[in-house]
Design a protein around this ligand. Structure first.
Ligand SMILES: Nc1nc2c(ncn2[C@@H]2O[C@H](COP(=O)(O)OP(=O)(O)OP(=O)(O)O)[C@@H](O)[C@H]2O)c(=O)[nH]1
Ligand SMILES: [Mg+2]
Length: 303
């Protein structure tokens, strides 16, 4: 995870430390030094636009900086670079606090999870249920995927392992009706959160997008969560804009960061998305879900 990116970032820090020890840099000199890293960043799958954002932000910190003869240049550059990336990554932060929002809302707080096929919706719901449990909040998982073979059973197995209630429906039955049943169950049983799983759908499939629209209309969720797979690259941004257009996306969970060896794809999605990210999926275990936090990310990106 982030291996290649980490290496490039470390190269950037070393190079600028070396150069700044001898002199102050003009903008043109900065550009010249940065140029070789532009290619390295692109090779680490960082999108071109994002490379430019990093470059411009870093220039603000570095150009014209006078480093005292006795100060630690590499520490200075490392801190400047850390600050630069932190500013950029802060754009992805969710401004609220999910736990207190749930506590302050009427029960159940409803979250609908949507996204294209195989991005990790069902697995992520199980992880979120686990996260809620560790925060002393009860939840019910609702299998509104009445389409894919095995989808009901998949979520039910998670519910048994996590020891939380499961509400499902017959195959081919109306997913909106199943969701409604689950929410009614949660209301009657005083459950804090209703987690609604939906079938994977291509963002370009009009019929299936209308179906999710109906689920949202019937369920009126507190939060519409789009699941994006970090490995999808640029298409993740496409998916986000289509789902946003049809039903509105409140927050995003980016999955499979652990499988993004280079790291640039994940970074690019985070920077370009323009939607708050609540969690990052970093593996297949229930506790492989981390609340989105620039500092934690940076600790993994910068040695
Ligand atoms: N490495 C890794 N694998 C993940 C992560 N999240 C999900 N997966 C895997 O991705 C695969 C698909 O996950 P599902 O949860 O079934 O995806 P889905 O979006 O519900 O799929 P459909 O319902 O078929 O659209 C499974 O093998 C999961 O274990 C993650 O953060 N890291
Ligand atoms: Mg699923």
């Amino acid at each position: 995870m982030f291996n290649k990116l980490k290496q490039v970032f470390s190269n950037v820090i070393n190079k600028f430390s070396e150069v700044l020890t001898t002199k102050e840099l003009s903008y043109d000199e900065f550009n010249e030094v940065f140029q070789e890293f532009e290619v390295e960043l692109l090779e680490a799958d960082v999108a071109y636009d994002v490379v430019q954002v990093i470059k411009d932000s870093l220039a603000k910190e570095i150009v014209g900086s006078r480093i005292g003869r006795f100060s630690n240049t590499s520490e200075y550059v490392r801190t400047a670079f850390f600050k630069t990336l932190e500013e950029i990554l802060k754009k992805g932060c969710y401004k609220g606090d999910l736990i207190s929002e749930i506590k302050n809302s009427q029960k159940p707080y409803v979250m609908v999870f949507m996204g294209v096929n195989g991005v990790g919706k069902t697995t992520t719901i199980a992880k979120v249920a686990y996260f809620l449990k560790t925060n002393n909040l009860s939840s019910v998982v609702i299998a509104s995927d009445t389409f894919r073979a095995g989808a009901q059973e998949q979520l039910e197995i998670h519910s048994k392992r996590l020891n939380i209630p499961f509400i499902g429906g017959k195959y081919r039955s109306d997913p909106a009706a199943v969701a409604k049943d689950g929410i009614t169950y949660a209301s009657k049983n005083n459950i804090d959160v209703a987690l609604v799983d939906t079938a994977g759908r291509m963002h370009t499939d009009v019929d299936l997008m209308n179906e999710i629209k109906k689920i949202i209309r019937v369920v009126k969720p507190n939060m519409k969560v789009l699941i994006l797979d970090a490995l999808t690259g640029n298409d993740a941004l496409n998916q986000a804009s289509w789902f946003d257009k049809y039903v509105g996306v409140d927050t995003v969970i980016l999955t499979k960061l652990d499988a993004d060896v280079k790291g640039g794809t994940a970074l690019s999605i985070i920077v370009s998305l323009g939607k708050p990210i609540i969690f990052l999926g970093v593996g297949q275990r229930y506790d492989d879900l981390i609340p989105y936090n620039p500092e934690i990310l940076l600790k993994r990106m910068i040695a």
